[in-house]
Design a protein around this ligand. Structure first.
Ligand code: FAD
Ligand code: FES
Length: 267
């Protein structure tokens, strides 16, 4: 983990309320793995006081550059949207524990801005010649980031929109279910997205029985494991449960261990 000053090389608007930052900072770019994040300070003063976490969406160690994909949802991300190329950003990272290799073929399931950590993962898996299907769901086409520039061409991308304006018409989880019912069996599912999407994957997985890893998004304070503010209840193999920190032991957890999804599934 490094506390560093990253230089904004490039800033681009990529969708409605969504932009990317290409940040030059060699230590983070060369030490990060898919699923890890950076904790970003938003102002030189104390307002807002807390940093904000963002997944690393791509990294190029040779260039010393990593990329963030950011959706504007509130005060902090609105402030961040004002940053200009050539300015600097105070970043703490890389933080957290990322995705652990599983069994191919990989199905990556992204809901909305949950696309970010899965882009980095798709790029890493593609370098290892692993077969990957990348499912990307949003409410409508206007909210979508064009992933063509991010995803290697070998990766099959399946689009889904809830209003049917692009790709499969319906939820991204229904697109995954359709393909599995048609015989496309994943060895491993990796997912990041809204709580409801992850919950639906858990429900459907009662029939699929595929190992799944989820990248969770909890509100964070310290980001480094000190405050316990981001703890979630995780089941151990023995059946006992423990509170683990999303910022330290996560954000990636094996789905079958995340208690809240299983408590809700049985309701
Ligand atoms: C490990 C991790 C990785 C993340 N990666 C990305 C990413 O790559 N790109 C991206 O755009 N966002 C990402 N997020 C979410 C991002 O951190 C929040 O959107 C951001 O902190 C909101 O700050 P704000 O001040 O703009 O919004 P606030 O004013 O703080 O909140 C606005 C709205 O966003 C919700 N919100 C705030 N923080 C979170 C959070 N941590 N998780 C879920 N909902 C939240 C609030 O409940 C509220 O509805 C990630 C979060 C985590 C924990
Ligand atoms: S945010 Fe402080 S322990 Fe995770």
């Amino acid at each position: 983990m490094f506390l560093t000053t990253a230089h904004v090389r490039k800033k681009e608007t990529v969708a409605q309320n969504c932009f990317t930052l290409s940040l030059h900072e060699e230590k983070i770019a060369s030490h990060c793995t898919p699923g890890q994040f950076v904790h970003v300070r938003l102002s030189a003063g104390y307002d807002p006081f807390l940093r904000r976490p963002f997944s690393i969406a791509a990294a190029d160690p040779a260039e010393g550059v990593f990329r963030l994909l950011i959706q504007v949802v509130g005060e902090g991300t609105r402030l961040l949207q004002r940053i200009q190329e050539g300015q600097t950003l105070d970043c703490l990272g890389p933080l957290g524990s990322g995705f652990i290799p599983g069994e191919a073929p990989y199905f990556l399931v992204a809901g909305g801005i949950g696309a970010a950590p899965l882009i980095f993962l798709a790029q890493a898996l593609s370098k290892q010649n692993q077969p990957v299907r990348y499912y990307y769901g949003t409410a409508s086409a206007a909210e979508r980031v064009s992933l063509h520039a991010w995803l290697p061409t070998a990766i099959e991308q399946i689009d889904a929109t809830e209003d049917g304006s692009k790709g499969f018409s319906g939820r991204v989880t229904a697109a995954v279910n359709r393909d599995i019912l048609q015989g496309k069996k994943p060895g491993q599912i990796m997912a990041c997205g809204p709580q409801a999407m992850l919950q639906e994957l858990v429900r459907l997985n009662a029939a699929w029985k595929v190992p799944m890893q989820f990248s969770l998004e909890e509100r964070m304070a310290c980001g480094t494991g000190a405050c316990q503010g981001c703890a979630v209840e995780i089941a151990e193999e023995t059946g006992a449960t423990n509170f683990l920190r999303v910022c330290r032991e996560g954000p990636v957890f094996e789905a079958h261990k995340v208690v809240e999804f299983h408590a809700n599934a049985s309701n």
